[in-house]
Design a protein around this ligand. Structure first.
Ligand code: C5P
Ligand code: C5P
Ligand code: ZN
Length: 499
């Protein structure tokens, strides 16, 4: 379990003091699950501290987006889940007196990026785990950084300014609310949405946030089946769609999954409806889980894979059983279904507690999102990828939305013909003149030296584009027509990194 992280918290306090000194704040955030939860945490914290604010979302924080922000008459801009990768541009605006930036992010900072010279000295109110030796791709997300700042903001606004010790003495949520520990649940949704759980659980600074959420009574954790959809999917679908660990005769096999369940001594339907994992008793869960493991063993699934069937579940204890909101992973997918389709307002509404119109809308959007993901994955798997020496790639044109092409690329990895031993790069149409690039790797490749953030940033610059991100997942925008030149450069850099 991680202890306190003094430097990070000190920087958070500095940022919090700056926010408290502002008359009002423009809050700007990114359009994915982590960006939405980052914004929701920041919004709650600002509101509780009595600081007026307005919220905007950006698909990409490029020069134009920053210029538009600078053109507003806000003196203080609080960036969450982006900003670090654009320190140079933001810094220019700061120097010009347009606004003072406060940044809570976890992306590779522009100043310590790749092998180039730092483009600009760091800015004063910059909170990023990477500045303090914490892994921004695996140990703290944007929502996590925003949470650390929210905790500091509660202290500063409260005048106490010293860290309030969590005494762990129970589930009284009134103090949790006043010190913002209740926001830990959203921070965990953000981290899970950014795929920071590895080996079945969250680590490092994320684990510390989990502990605070448990103390505050908003989170429960425990070992459970590591399948997606435990809250909402009908049992047969839960098993059929679980493909991370392929179990012959069950995964991707509708009738097989049904036959497997039929063979267990279990009440499968109640009131004419399929039961869900979340509604089973512990005894029933054990029955299914052990039968599943037995089947996996007998059909030759390797032990390492079988271990992956169990992981830590992060449950939002205040949310109703059987809803997407109760499971951190399902919650994050629900959020991606909103903001990646230009409805960040809907996702933010859900995060802030709207269980009426916003939740209903989000669920409708989720159906479309699921369909888009499944069609996208089918497309890539059917058409296959082009193999270079060190990477594999595909061009989706306008057939996969640029805001989800990265998710599709990541999910397709490991499917027939798409290996997990090379990073995958995806192109999708962004505009008349630009392409969106998404790149995904594996933790194993990162251990061997892969840093896709550096790859995207360097290779895109070589073709007059722009990019960045994390070692394991990154992206870029490049001019149309430059695909070949770009991919050649990507292949070369990845080759150097993995040599
Ligand atoms: O912009 P942001 O940092 O929030 O996005 C990170 C992206 O990287 C997410 O889309 C997340 O799913 C992806 N990711 C991944 N595999 C990992 C870690 C992150 O695909 N192991
Ligand atoms: O869009 P995608 O999910 O592929 O993004 C992967 C990661 O790369 C995200 O963390 C995103 O913020 C980052 N990215 C970036 N610059 C871009 C595109 C993506 O830093 N031009
Ligand atoms: Zn993020």
């Amino acid at each position: 379990m991680a202890g306190p992280i003094p430097d990070l918290e000190e920087r958070a306090t500095r940022c919090a003091r700056r926010l408290c000194a502002a008359d009002r704040v423009l809050l700007a955030s990114h359009i994915d699950a982590d960006g939405l939860t980052s914004a929701a945490i920041a919004a709650k914290a600002l509101e509780r501290a009595g600081i007026p604010f307005e919220t905007v979302f950006e698909k990409q924080l490029d020069a134009d987006a920053i210029a538009a922000i600078a053109a507003t008459d806000y003196d203080t801009v609080y960036f969450t889940d982006f900003g670090s990768g654009q320190l140079d541009i933001i810094g220019d605006h700061e120097d010009a007196g347009d606004f003072t930036p406060v940044i809570a992010d976890h992306h590779q900072p522009a100043t310590i990026d790749g092998d180039g010279e730092p483009s600009r000295a760091d800015t004063e109110y910059h909170l990023n785990p990477l500045l303090f030796g914490i892994d921004g791709a695996a140990e703290l997300s944007g929502a996590g950084a925003s949470y650390v700042l929210a905790r500091a903001l509660a202290d500063v606004a409260d005048g106490s300014d010293a860290a309030v010790a969590a005494d762990g003495s129970g589930v009284d949520t009134a103090p949790a609310r006043s010190d913002n520990r209740d926001l830990a649940a959203l921070a965990v949704v953000g981290a899970v949405g950014d795929m920071q759980a590895s080996g079945g659980e969250l680590h490092g600074a994320n684990a510390k946030i989990v502990d605070e959420g448990v103390d505050a009574g908003v989170l429960e954790t425990g070992k459970d089946l590591a399948l997606y959809g435990k809250q909402t999917r009908p049992l047969p679908k839960l098993l059929e769609y679980a493909t991370d660990v392929h179990i012959p005769g069950i995964s991707n096999d509708e009738r097989g999954a049904l036959r497997f369940l039929d063979g267990l001594d279990l009440e499968l339907k109640r009131d004419g409806e399929w039961r869900r994992w979340s509604g089973l008793t512990n005894e029933e869960k054990r029955t299914v889980a052990s039968a599943l493991v037995k089947r996996a063993v007998s059909s030759g699934v390797p032990p390492k894979k079988i271990d992956q069937l169990v992981g830590t579940a992060y449950v939002l204890s205040e949310e109703p059983v059987g809803t997407e909101l109760r499971d951190a992973s399902e919650f994050s997918t629900l959020l991606n279904a909103t903001a990646r389709y230009e409805r960040a307002d809907v996702g933010l509404g859900v995060c802030l507690g709207d269980r009426g119109a916003a939740l209903e809308r989000a669920r409708t959007l989720l159906c479309d999102h699921r369909r888009n993901l499944s069609e996208g994955i089918d497309l890539v798997t059917r058409e296959g990828v082009t193999e270079e020496t060190n990477v594999q790639w595909f061009h989706a044109g306008d057939r996969i939305r640029e805001t989800i092409v990265g998710i599709v690329a990541g999910m397709a990895m490991g499917n027939e013909g798409i290996s997990r031993s090379k990073p995958i790069v995806a192109f999708a149409e962004k505009s008349e003149s630009e392409l969106k690039v998404s790149a995904r790797g594996t933790h194993g490749l990162v251990r061997r030296g892969l840093d896709l953030s550096a790859v995207m940033s360097e290779a895109s610059r070589a073709v007059e584009g722009d990019g960045g991100g994390h070692d394991v997942a990154a992206g870029a925008t490049v001019p149309k027509g430059k695909e070949t030149e770009f991919i050649e450069r990507v292949d070369e850099i990845v080759g150097e990194q993995l040599s």
